[in-house]
Design a protein around this ligand. Structure first.
Ligand code: AMP
Ligand code: MG
Length: 481
């Protein structure tokens, strides 16, 4: 495996040089052959096990743990950093760099009281959900390998240990900027900004105000990302600034979950007591996180602080407006309509309003709406309790679609290409983890297989489309750290 290290070109304060700590008896429980191929990685499974357990470090690379700070639930934490991860190095593919990071690879100087390890459950969870996100066409870090370590970790109970190999466009977070800005190390903030521009947004180098453009570029990426999350019911769960990327990828799958029944107030995370990161709050939290980034960059935006503030505020205001519109666009597309039309927006909002008290399934309601256009209403109507209300909405929607004079079959195809039928539902992910804990990896691999084609119905997997029964519902998810 040929890795390089561009991040160690930055000053020493940015990282700690550290090797992963070897583990007792590692087993490769998943290896993402497709991703390995995309990264032009050629290795056999023995080699994969060696490197992705941390028991062997590839030649010619210098593994590091990255330094960062962050706002957690709104409170600033001065020092966080990779307490249980090491960046093995970077892979270059078509002039783009990708981080290869081991998560759960042993203590670093950022570990504080932690053991630097990860339980196997959260490793499997991140593997399944991040891959599902990728196949749903949502920017995300990816999972290259999962290893069980043969060691135990001590959490609320004793659990088997695991290591995830994560591939990311980078691991630069808003919290990385905050680390240096909070210490008033402006030279380092600037170095980080320049590194980020070079790596992620090289086109900015041609423009006038680099640091304002950086803020804009990050905002644009996040706008699209958040809209995509909203369109599939993804709840990140810990949108702290240390989990908020500059690259626009979804990062850190801790207590995240896909919502079954639609309700904007939905929260799964056991640590989110106030509902700060509830489904419907995600756009405004993203704006909050971007404001933190703006604070780090502000002094580079203009020498005149009033002008710098005005310029940054405009970017943040635009972010909120654009994100709102982006969400309307993707949501209206889900019902075959146009997010720029007031009439269509109203139809969307009416549907969402009916869905809440009906506890309608977020995935199946949209997926089966297409069928209703082909006069197979029942699957759609089954998602609702108040039949009269939803029938009235449905006929109004059908009339509107008819006025557009589109080919119905074509439109349904288009809707089906953005309304998934398979998502990693909580109860299915949980079953896969429970089975893996009993040495049965089949449910995990079945789920991974199905989630590769989330838009294409396959009758063989109909059990994975079904929302949880009352007794199967998982109401809380945990970080597992
Ligand atoms: P996360 O919840 O993964 O976003 O992690 C938040 C912070 O806690 C990061 O600085 C992690 O590196 C650190 N952390 C989480 N779990 C552990 C652990 N088991 N050992 C050491 N540090 C940890
Ligand atoms: Mg994190």
């Amino acid at each position: 495996m040929k890795l390089s290290n561009s991040y160690i070109g930055l000053p020493e304060d940015f990282y700690q040089v550290i090797n992963p700590l070897p583990v007792k008896s590692p087993k490769l429980i998943a290896f993402n052959e497709d991703l390995a191929k995309d990264l032009s990685l050629t290795m056999d499974l023995d080699e994969a096990l060696k490197y992705f357990s941390g028991n062997s470090v590839p030649e010619n690379t210098t593994p590091i743990a990255l330094n960062y700070a962050g706002h957690q639930f709104g409170n600033f934490v001065h020092e966080l950093g990779d307490g249980r991860a090491t960046l093995l190095g970077e892979i270059e593919v078509d002039k783009e760099r990708f981080d290869v990071q081991l998560k759960g690879s042993g203590p670093t100087k950022f570990s504080r009281q932690g053991d630097g390890r990860s339980a196997l459950g959260p490793v499997i969870r991140e593997y399944i959900i991040s891959e599902a996100m990728h196949h749903l066409n949502i920017p995300t870090t990816r999972a290259l390998a999962a290893v069980s370590t043969g060691e135990h970790v001590f959490r609320e109970q004793i659990e088997p240990g695991g290591i995830l190999t994560r591939i990311a466009k980078s691991h630069i977070r808003v919290g990385t900027f905050e680390y240096f800005a909070s210490r008033q190390q402006w030279e380092n903030v600037k170095l980080l900004a320049d590194y980020t521009i070079q790596r992620h947004f090289p086109e900015i180098r041609e423009l006038d105000n680099h640091y304002l453009e950086l803020l804009k570029a990050v905002s644009n990426g996040q706008s699209k990302l958040i809209a995509k999350w909203m369109s599939v019911g993804f709840i990140h769960g810990v949108m702290n600034t240390d989990n908020f990327t500059i690259s626009g990828e979804t990062l850190d799958y801790g207590p995240c979950a896909f919502m079954d029944e639609y309700d904007p107030a939905t929260v799964y995370s056991s640590i989110d007591h106030g509902g700060r990161y509830a489904f419907g709050n995600q756009p405004s939290i993203a704006a909050w996180n971007l404001a933190s980034l703006a604070g780090c960059l502000i002094s580079f935006i203009d020498n005149d602080s009033k002008k710098a503030n005005e310029l940054a505020t405009k970017v943040l205001d635009d972010f909120s407006i654009n994100t709102n519109q982006e969400i309307l666009n993707v949501m209206c597309q889900k019902i075959g309509l146009d997010g720029n039309s007031d009439q269509h927006q109203t139809i969307l909002k009416d549907l969402l309003k009916i869905m809440i008290p009906n506890q309608a399934d977020y995935i199946l309601s949209f997926r089966y709406l297409g069928q209703a256009l082909l006069d197979k209403d029942s699957l759609f109507l089954d998602q609702f309790k108040e039949k009269e209300k939803i029938k009235e909405w449905l006929s109004n929607w059908k009339l509107t679609v008819k006025e557009l004079d589109l080919d119905a079959e074509e439109l349904v195809k288009k809707m089906d290409s953005i309304n998934p039928i398979y998502i990693p539902r909580n109860h299915n992910v949980d079953n896969a983890i429970k089975a893996a804990y009993e040495d049965n990896l089949e449910p995990m691999h079945e789920l991974l297989e199905v989630l590769k084609n989330p838009f294409k119905e396959n009758k063989k997997y109909s059990h994975l489309t079904v929302p949880p029964k009352e007794e199967e519902k998982i109401l809380q998810t945990f970080c597992g750290t």
